[in-house]
Design a protein around this ligand. Structure first.
Ligand SMILES: [Zn+2]
Ligand SMILES: [Zn+2]
Length: 248
């Protein structure tokens, strides 16, 4: 399994990275996980969008889904012949929400000519070569963390989450945990929203994962401090950057 970080800036794009977007490849299958603000540009530097086999959206916050809009434009207008629809795995209501993001005509221009929507909740299913398990995270809107297994290897991505027992269970024994670490170590931040660096480390330790990759640090939070806090609990924790590639 190969993981390419397209965007990892938390809560919105930054000067050095788009918002959340990851490419996971196995056996020639290309799965895009989240397509946040600013990500569709750099994504095209890594692969031809026509080669995307499926898209998975953890949730419908702008920093995880809004570049679906330029994807629709590309899909509709870049080819002489009609392109095949792309399977889009996302929470219920993604079809209406993303249609409204694309065109504000009061009802939303249906984008079902571009996507085959597959509505995702907590559960298990097959997606190309991947065995997939999902669980609901602690976040203000429906967000599903995802566990991908293929070729005897396992990658878990938290999406956005506050401290969450279910995420620990989902990540149990994974080779790699790609965990958000958006909150700084300060008092009074809202719960059920994001993890601190320390909490990301605690989740990785409790789950017994092999490797912890930290992501989704906002531009106003000190990345090195997030790494230090996570590393104090889970030594060897790493910060991802846009363009990083990992063989899992
Ligand atoms: Zn986010
Ligand atoms: Zn979010």
């Amino acid at each position: 399994m190969k993981l390419t970080v397209i965007g990892c800036s938390g809560s919105g794009p930054g000067p050095d990275s788009p918002a959340s977007c990851y490419l996971v490849e196995h056996d020639g299958f290309r799965l895009v996980i989240d397509l946040g603000s600013g990500a569709f540009g750099p994504l095209q530097g890594v692969l031809d969008p026509a080669d995307i086999d499926a898209i998975y959206l953890s949730h419908l916050h702008a920093d995880h889904c809004l570049d679906i809009a330029p994807f629709v434009v590309w899909h509709r207008y870049s080819a002489q012949l009609r392109r095949p629809r792309v399977p889009l795995y996302a929470p219920v209501s993604a079809d209406r929400r993303l249609a409204m993001a694309y065109a504000d005509d009061g009802i939303g221009d249906p984008i079902t000519d571009v996507f085959d929507f597959v509505f995702v909740g907590p559960g298990a299913f097959s997606l190309g070569p991947f065995q997939v398990h999902t669980t609901r995270t602690a976040h203000p809107v429906e967000c599903n963390a995802i566990r991908l297994q293929a070729g005897g290897r396992t990658l878990v991505y938290t999406g956005d989450t506050g401290p969450c027992r279910g995420v620990v269970e989902l990540a149990r024994g994974a080779d790699v945990l790609l965990a958000e670490a958006a909150h700084p170590e300060v008092e009074g931040l809202p719960g059920d929203l994001h993890l601190t660096g320390r909490q990301a480390g605690e989740h990785a330790l409790a789950a017994g994962v092999g490797r912890l990759l930290l992501t989704h640090v906002p531009t106003w939070v000190d990345r090195e401090e997030q790494l230090r806090a996570a590393g104090s609990v889970f030594p060897g924790a790493e910060l991802v950057s846009a363009g990083s590639v990992y063989e899992i």
